[in-house]
Design a protein around this ligand. Structure first.
Ligand SMILES: [Zn+2]
Length: 212
């Protein structure tokens, strides 16, 4: 089974990707991770990517496609794969379809984890981190025993720039603008499955399991 998962930052996509991966016995492939792996392993493509990134340029769709193609040829993908973080653009999505078609494959389902913007903002702005030991807390789901103080080391808790409302809203708007055309594309192909992500982790997982 070949799958793609979409979800805004903070929508809980990583957790659900892990669940689907176990449930279906297929690897969950994050493109960020395979980029880092290729760069670290100094494969020909990895060297190219390192070069491009060191210049601060964007990696072209062609290279992104190539690296995903290499990854899904590996043994662990013989029963399928779950892609997370790819495709990012319509040309990537179309290029990927053609590439799969050439080897007699296709995307079976695209999961879109749909969480209301306000819920994501609420979740992410509740994060706190210890200045001293880096322990992570969440004022809603994992609050410290004493306000503003780390349970482990007594250090001071703070909010990262990334977890501030302004930053989050900006990242979300970028995500929505970037992803909307892809959602429409897969919807028009009849393979989009939208999952209500405004619920508990286990409820969402159950829903996904019943849809796949
Ligand atoms: Zn601490």
């Amino acid at each position: 089974m070949n799958l793609i998962i979409f979800g805004a930052p903070g929508a809980g996509k990583g957790t659900q990707a892990e669940f689907v991966s176990k449930e279906k016995g297929i690897p969950s492939i994050s493109t960020g991770e395979i980029f880092r792996e290729a760069v670290a392993a100094k494969t020909p493509l990895g060297i190219k990517i390192a070069e491009i990134m060191s210049k601060g340029s964007l990696v072209s769709d062609g290279i992104v496609l190539k690296i995903v193609e290499e990854r899904i040829k590996k043994d662990d993908c013989k029963n399928g794969f779950l892609l997370d973080g790819f495709p990012r653009t319509l040309p990537q999505a179309k290029g990927f379809d053609n590439l799969l078609l050439a080897s007699g494959k296709k995307i079976d389902e695209v999961i879109s984890l749909d969480v209301a913007e306000e819920n994501i903002v609420q979740r992410l702005t509740s994060r706190r981190i210890c200045k001293k030991c880096g322990a992570k807390f969440n004022l809603e789901t994992l609050p410290p025993k004493i306000d503003g103080v780390c349970d482990n080391c007594g250090g001071e808790l703070f909010q990262r720039e990334d977890d501030m409302e302004k930053t989050i809203r900006h990242r979300l708007s970028v995500y929505y603008i970037e992803t909307q055309p892809l959602i429409e594309y897969y919807k028009s192909k009849g393979i989009l499955v939208t999952v209500d992500g405004n619920r508990s982790v286990s409820e969402i997982s159950q829903d996904i399991a019943s849809l796949l």
